[in-house]
Design a protein around this ligand. Structure first.
Ligand SMILES: Cc1cc2nc3c(=O)[nH]c(=O)nc-3n(C[C@H](O)[C@H](O)[C@H](O)COP(=O)(O)OP(=O)(O)OC[C@H]3O[C@@H](n4cnc5c(N)ncnc54)[C@H](O)[C@@H]3O)c2cc1C
Length: 295
């Protein structure tokens, strides 16, 4: 008898063996065995069905600005929700945004409608889906402060809507992180009473403080909760700035940023992370936890 081999269902949406390097802001990482960039919720559901039929694990990515993809890549299906699924619709009191809309676009169109409430997101190079998952924030504000509802798809392909969000959003954490829920859209409330600095001012001030000129994933470690110093301060005091492993280097401008000088591998970056964590533990007895997500 000829053994039965599960045949790959034909589906144009899905590509095979796609390098993830250009889909992360660190520009490192190996290939996804399967990859797709859906243009609609229907296509996301088709991609989930494909993965279920093939028995594949699924990983969702947005702009890859908080991700470390291993050099070996990902042996499953990567679904990227980016500019293909990025419509926004603004109403009087709220804005509906698809998961792939950029945080910059959210701030920009809200601004043009007369509210500065999302200006704090300027310069955070993520998507709405990634931003909600990471509870992105800056200057004392977080995106979850403005969430009215989230539309997501579960691992079986069923669509759900949270109108009352679960209360478990906190610093760089949300109920969507490490879950099988795939955010496809969100409703955010607009606040016209806020008077945040202009987007251009925020960008200028961030460019002075943060190293934007080389590939990075922003802050590598979360600020510790059991310490009065930020992760950046602890790393600076531990002499992290300039530490180099292969082509990965700790920024001289900000000790919590690891930069890719050109040809860094994920292993170079992971080794740097391990060295930094050990140094801070040895010097201060504080265990730093990564903010970046390793897939
Ligand atoms: C230069 C620079 C500066 C930064 N500054 C800040 C800052 O000031 N504040 C801040 O909070 N962050 C900052 N970041 C980090 C990063 O931009 C944010 O965490 C951002 O919200 C990540 O969004 P993303 O779309 O890139 O998500 P990704 O990096 O693609 O994914 C992050 C996580 O979200 C999950 N995910 C993504 N999309 C979805 C979805 N649709 N449904 C379910 N899960 C999803 C992924 O599986 C992963 O676990 C910075 C990064 C850089 C490079």
């Amino acid at each position: 008898m000829v053994p039965q081999v599960a045949e790959k269902p034909k589906i144009d949406l899905i590509q095979e063996d796609v390098s993830l390097r250009s889909f992360t802001t660190w520009h490192v990482g190996g290939p996804a065995r399967f990859f797709c960039q859906p243009k609609s919720t229907g296509q996301v559901k088709r991609a989930i069905n494909f993965a279920n039929e093939m028995g594949l694990d699924i990983k969702i990515i947005g702009n890859g600005s908080n991700l470390l993809v291993p050099d070996e890549g990902y042996d499953g299906l990567v679904i990227r929700l980016g500019s293909n699924l990025a419509e926004t619709e603004i109403n009087d009191r709220s804005i509906n945004a698809a998961a792939g809309a950029s945080l910059y676009k959210l701030a920009d169109i809200t601004n043009k409608a007369g509210s500065s409430c999302f200006n704090f997101l300027t310069g955070i190079p993520g998507t709405v889906g990634g931003g909600i998952t990471m509870n992105a924030g800056a200057y004392g504000r977080e995106i979850s402060n403005y969430l009215k509802g989230v539309k997501y798809i579960d691992g079986q392909g069923e669509i759900h809507e949270y109108s009352h969000l679960p209360g478990s959003f906190d610093y760089r954490n949300s109920p969507f992180l490490d879950s099988e829920k795939i955010i496809v859209g969100a409703e955010l409330k607009l606040d016209y009473t806020e008077d945040q600095p202009k987007m251009s001012e925020i960008l200028e001030s961030r460019r002075k403080k943060l190293p934007y000129s080389k590939p990075s994933a922003g802050s590598v470690f979360k600020n510790p909760t059991n310490c009065d110093k930020t992760a950046g301060e602890l790393l600076d005091r531990a002499g992290a700035k300039g530490l180099t492993v292969g082509d990965a280097v700790v920024s001289h401008q900000h000790a919590n940023f690891i930069l890719n000088k050109g040809h860094a591998t994920a292993k170079n970056i992971q080794n740097t992370i391990d060295i930094l964590r050990n140094r801070v533990y040895k010097e201060f007895g504080v265990t730093l936890v990564t903010e970046v997500v390793v897939i």
